[in-house]
Every structure is written in C-alpha cells, then in structure tokens.
Design a protein around this ligand. Structure first.
Ligand code: ZN
Length: 477
C-alpha cells in the first residue's frame, strides 16, 4: 500500500478541508478519455432508493461554475432547519472555494453532489445518511461528504451519537462493527486493525439496524473507498440506548422489486391525436416526488399526458407513482441515476448511470426506455458516443421556465405561456410544489390555446422524426 499523501488525509476532514487540496493538476477541467487520477467510482444500487422519512428538498445550480445537486429530507419537523442549514453550508463552502479559484483561473469549476437515505424507525426515530462528493478543477481527488442526522420525532430534537449508543459500552459496538466489516469486506482480513471509536463517527438509525459509514482510509486502505455496514440492533444489546425493544423489520423495503409483465410499447394514440393540430410535450425532471401525484391528478383530469425524466435512485421508492403515470399513458424516461454531470464522468460511469436507471424503470413499467435526458442538459462527445452505443436518444428541451430557480408559481406559468410554440418540449421539475401549482393553470390554458399535450415519443412520431441513438433532440419538427 502506498503511503497516504498528506493531501489525502485532509479529504477525510470533510467539511473543514475545502481549501486544503490545491494542486496544479486539473482533473475536473480536463475531460480525457482515460482519466489518470483515481476517481470516486459510483456503484449505485437500489439500496440508495430508500426514502422513508421526509420529502426530498434540493439545493441545485444548473449553470455553474459550481454545478450543485444537494438533496436532503424535509419533513415539517422542528429539526428541518438544522438539516437545511447544513446543506446550505456545504454548498456555500464549496462555492466560496470555487470562487476563490476563479480569481486565479477563469476556467475553474466544480461539482457538488449529495444524496441521502432516510429511515423511519419504530414510527418515532428518523435516521438520515447524507453521502456525496465535492470536486473542483483544482483538486486531485474529489472530497467525500458524509453526514448523518438522527432525530427523535416525538420530541423534535436531534440525537447525538451518545444518545444512541452508550459510550461506556462501546466495546460491544466496536466488536460487532469489526465482525460486520469482515463479513462485508472479506478481502480486508489482513489489513483491518482493531476497531476504534473514530469508526463510529457517522451513524444513522435504520430499519434493519444501525447504519455506519466510515470515511475512506480510516479503517481500510484508501483505495477501498468508503465503507458501509449495518449493525443489527439485537447485536448491540445494552449498548443501544434507544427504546426498550429493537425496531421491527419492515415488511417490505427495497429488496422486493417485482417484475411487472411487459406491456405494449409506447402508447401512441392515433385515434386521439390529430397530427394536423398543434401539440407540445410537457416534461418533468428530477422526480418522482411528493408533488408528482398532483401533476398526475391534473393530467388525468384533462385527459393529457406528459413525459417524466426520473432519477434512477428514486424509482424503487416511488414505484407506485411511476406505475400510475405509466398506466395513464405518460412516458417514463431516465435522468441518470443520481444526477451527476455526465460530461465529467468516464465512459464506464456514464454507461452505468444510464443503464442502471433504464433497468430500474423497466423493472417498474415493463418497458425499457429508448431515450433519456442528461442532468443539467450537459452533453459532450463522450456522452453522445456512449448513448449511441447503448441505444439511447438524448432529449433536451426548447422551453425552459427556470422553475428550479424562481420556484414561483406565477413566474413558471408566465414563462411557459410566453414561450410555448407548436411542437415545443417544455422543461419543468416535478420536484417543486410551485411547479405543480403552476400546472393548475398551464395545462388547461395550453389546451384552450389548442395544444394537445402529448408524450415526447408521440411528439416525435407525429413530427415524422425517427429518433437516433446518440443524437440530441430539442423539439418536434
Ligand atoms: Zn435535473
């Protein structure tokens, strides 16, 4: 094992290290085919789909120089602001660092991407695991971001780690932790030392046990990456301070993906759509969310359809919403697994982002999408090439009401009505209540103007456009 460079040690000090790793190399700005610098390899699994506590909120910047996508749960509890403030702080630190770099290098840029899992345990305790990374043109390695929150929802307070685990009984916990690590990472037997308190810095209450996330390089060599294990509650014995009884296992969570029989392909409705009349495609990105149902209600009410570009890691936890949209004749397409800027990823990582999301969608709808939309609409030659090889067309848009920025119902409504044209593809985000509210007026008013609200596939079909893999489309006709 190589000696860990000093700079790498700083990576472990997640929130305090934003200015620690300046270096002349610039893996962010460059987009080589073979990146010489070890990158964070994302191995998304459906495990990441768990959202049991709160609804996702988001800090996002689609313009740069710091591309941002920080997702965190908000539940209406008194503790919400602590989580939101943390999200705002990591965003601001990253932004400050990039802006400082811009003074030296006008090409400087970066990306911060954070996702969460959340769990509601025993109907009372919530555990939140936030994980992600920050990378910038001036950094050799992306910095890991790990942060957990544990909440007693009955009393509306955050719990300290000591409130969850009795520090006097940490020996029980550390022994169990080491056992679980060896089980999860059997190759590590030779290099795993005695477990230390520092391994228990990031813990989150889960439905199946206590989730522990260990920063890279802390328990095992840095190359192994971050470590994730779950400590079953019954193994914690008297060290577990919460509740008298261990939480019951949920009857079904993420591991129960059932495959729905293949249904007929794209529901083109030649008997309902008049190809001679105007039509537009409403599209919604970044969901599904709690606001998607409202949009579906409206589409149902007005017998209309839309296209939903969904985040792969949300598919499993919102499968009922997706089923409903699909059954109503709307279209479900991918928007990457976790909203990374694909132009900054290797070909292999792009491929994983696209195919894992398509697999997840197919497991719900039975229909494999043939197109997707890239996060931020960011596309380069590599994204096009990989999409071409995988057989996916890339769908962009012609009307952008910037709903993620204004989050204002009137502004979203006005921007769409002002810019709509026949055969437009209209971008929106079903992540925001303000956007869902705007649709209350947008949908009936578009219909009143004579537009038919169709899916992207229908729009292309009636515009005599044959979609080609690896090509970007902005509108029909
Ligand atoms: Zn997006």
């Amino acid at each position: 094992m190589k000696t860990m460079p000093l700079c790498a040690l700083f990576i472990l000090l997640v929130l305090t290290s934003f200015s620690a790793c300046a270096d002349s190399q610039s893996p962010y700005a460059a987009t080589p085919e073979e990146d010489p610098v070890p990158q964070v390899v994302w191995e998304p699994t459906l495990e990441n789909a768990t959202i049991e506590y709160g609804a996702p909120d988001l800090i996002t910047d689609n313009v740069g120089p710091l591309f941002a996508y920080i997702r965190f749960p908000q539940s209406g509890e008194a503790t919400d602001y602590l989580i939101a403030r943390w999200a705002q702080e990591i965003y601001q630190s990253a932004l400050d660092e990039i802006e400082a770099q811009l003074e030296e290098d006008p090409e400087a840029g970066g990306e911060i991407n954070v996702q969460f899992n959340s769990y509601l345990v025993d109907g009372r305790y919530a555990g939140i695991m936030e994980r992600g990374m920050f990378t910038g043109s001036h950094m050799i390695h992306p910095q890991d971001i790990i942060r957990t929150f544990n909440i007693d929802t009955e009393n509306g307070v955050l719990l300290d780690n000591d409130d969850i685990l009795d520090p006097l009984r940490s020996r029980i916990v550390l022994k169990l932790l080491r056992e679980q690590l060896l089980e999860a990472y059997p190759d590590a037997a030779g290099s795993l030392g005695e477990a230390e308190e520092s391994w228990l810095k990031h813990i989150a209450l889960g439905t199946e046990g206590l989730h522990v996330e260990i920063e890279r390089g802390v328990a095992l060599p840095e190359a192994v990456g971050r470590l994730s294990v779950t400590l079953p509650y019954d193994g914690l014995g008297a060290a577990l301070r919460l509740g008298a009884t261990p939480p019951e296992l949920p009857d079904d969570t993420v591991a129960t993906a059932q495959v729905i029989p293949v249904t007929p392909p794209v529901p083109w409705r030649s008997n309902q759509i008049d190809p001679e009349k105007p039509m537009v495609a409403l599209t919604f990105d970044d969901g599904p969310s709690i606001h998607t149902e409202k949009i579906l209600d409206l589409l149902e009410q007005y017998d209309s359809r839309a296209t939903f570009f969904v985040i792969g890691n949300l598919v499993e936890s919102r499968r009922e919403t997706i089923e409903r949209a699909f059954d109503m004749g709307s279209e479900i397409m991918g928007h990457s697994w976790d909203h990374r800027n694909l132009t900054k990823l290797s070909a292999r990582e792009i491929s994983t982002q696209v195919t894992d999301t398509a697999n997840a969608i197919e497991s719900v709808t039975g229909l494999r999408p043939q197109m997707y939309r890239t996060p931020y609409g960011a596309v380069n030659d590599r994204v096009r090439d990989v999409s071409g090889e995988l057989g996916f067309a890339i769908i962009s848009w012609s009307v952008d009401p910037r709903d993620w920025q204004t989050r204002n119902t009137d502004a979203v409504h006005a921007a769409i009505m002002r810019n709509v044209k026949d055969r437009a593809i209209i971008l929106s985000h079903d992540l925001y209540g303000t956007t869902a509210d705007a649709m209350e007026r947008v949908i009936p008013e578009l219909l009143e103007l004579g537009y038919q609200l169709v899916t992207v596939s229908e729009l292309m079909f009636y515009s005599d456009i044959t979609l080609e893999a690896g090509v970007v489309y902005y509108r029909g006709q």
